[in-house]
Design a binder for this molecule. Structure first.
Ligand SMILES: O=C(O)CCC(=O)C(=O)O
Length: 362
């Protein structure tokens, strides 16, 4: 007889439960509690640079790919340079329907505006970090970020936590489902172009990412009475392959570390922000770089964003692409099962790019 018992979904990690910053910030505060006060000298407000991150026109890239025109080669080259030198870029003409983006945005606003008793039903549990809360909190002494987030694994379906999905407001669930599929399509298409730019076997790239792990992190940064002392999101690089960030309003806050300086990414209503994560740095054998980024806060405006993380298929080994190792005659990173890699990432406090050092070979 067949055994119909379902395996429980993999548990990638947990995070200590912390209070809601949105609720804290709704009180008349003039100072922030000490646990949110980071190093005052680390102010990135005053010295942020105004360089613009590269903008890639995806229509040009996708529509001209077959024709291999000079417009295509020049856009592919722009993508390659942005991925090598910036690790971050904005994409325009991405093909995601504007009404879906607006509907999804409205539902995320509604999610963060639910009454606290409803939010508590969606709060993280002690043994798993999905739901409302903060990630990477491993000690009671650790400084906290001035933000709340809602984290959820969306793909593949068998990694989802059905109890969490069922508790989501139905319209949000529908919009999240549609957005998740669109973002997966976009991520796979961008990775396909990157394979070409890297000189990597395109089938190897599509094989690694056809059924990838996708999760989303919705971020809410309330206004902060001491913005120079606080951080919305501590500096980190992403563990995934490709992150696609939708900045839900026009309040700037995202900063990336470029040549040792913090550069603010100005939100553009017509663009999504894409960044290289540690997995793609490894798969590209170090040609593309994951870049440290952070979010700062301000005293007058709330800010919201949703980051969608896309990684390789479960059950695969993470390591440099074999077609690139053959081309470069060297493997610059070790190989580990993807699951081991993720569990190690979520078990730590976020600390810049330090987790990647463990994967590097001398
Ligand atoms: O809100 C932002 O701009 C940054 C978000 C981010 O880095 C993340 O969710 O990983």
């Amino acid at each position: 007889m067949e055994n119909h018992t379902r395996e429980p979904p993999i548990n990638f990690g947990r995070s200590l439960i912390v209070p809601s910053v949105q609720q804290l910030a709704s009180q008349p505060l003039t100072r922030i509690p000490p646990r949110y006060a980071h190093h005052p000298a680390a102010s990135s407000h005053d010295h942020a640079h105004t360089l613009s991150v590269p903008v890639i026109d995806l229509h040009c890239l996708f529509a001209e790919a077959e024709a291999n025109s000079s417009a295509y080669s020049s856009e592919l080259n722009k993508l390659h340079t942005a991925s090598k030198e910036w690790g971050f870029f904005q994409v325009i003409n991405h093909g995601i329907n504007e009404s879906l983006l607006l509907d999804f945005k409205r539902e995320i606003l509604n999610l963060f505006n639910l009454p606290m008793e409803e939010k508590l039903k969606l709060w993280q549990e002690e043994d798993n970090h999905e739901g409302f809360g903060q990630l990477f909190v491993v000690s009671e002494e650790q400084k906290l970020d001035w933000s709340d987030m809602f984290y959820i694994t969306t793909l593949p379906h068998d990694l989802r936590k059905p109890q969490l999905f069922q508790k989501l407001p139905p319209i949000l669930r529908d919009k999240l489902e549609a957005y998740s599929m669109e973002i997966k399509r976009l991520a796979v298409a961008i990775l396909g172009q990157m394979a070409k730019a890297l000189g990597m076997d395109t089938e190897e790239m599509s094989g690694l990412f056809q059924d990838g792990v996708q999760s989303m992190r919705m971020n809410y940064y309330p206004p902060c009475p001491q913005p120079q002392m606080a951080l919305g999101f501590s500096p980190h690089s992403d563990a995934d392959a490709l992150t696609i960030l939708y900045q839900l309003n026009e309040t700037p806050g995202l900063q990336i570390r470029k040549d040792g300086k913090w550069v603010t990414v100005q939100p553009r209503a017509d663009a999504l922000v894409v960044n290289i994560g540690d997995i793609l740095e490894i798969v590209s054998n170090g040609v593309y770089k994951s870049i440290e980024h952070q979010a700062i806060v301000n005293s007058s405006n709330e800010r919201m964003s949703v980051a969608t993380f896309y990684s390789s298929n479960m059950g695969t080994e993470l390591g440099p692409a074999r077609s690139l190792v053959a081309r470069h005659n060297v493997a610059n990173y070790r190989r580990v099962p993807l699951e081991t890699y993720f569990k190690g990432f979520f078990a730590r406090k976020l600390d810049g790019k330090s987790y990647l050092d463990f994967m590097k070979l001398e």
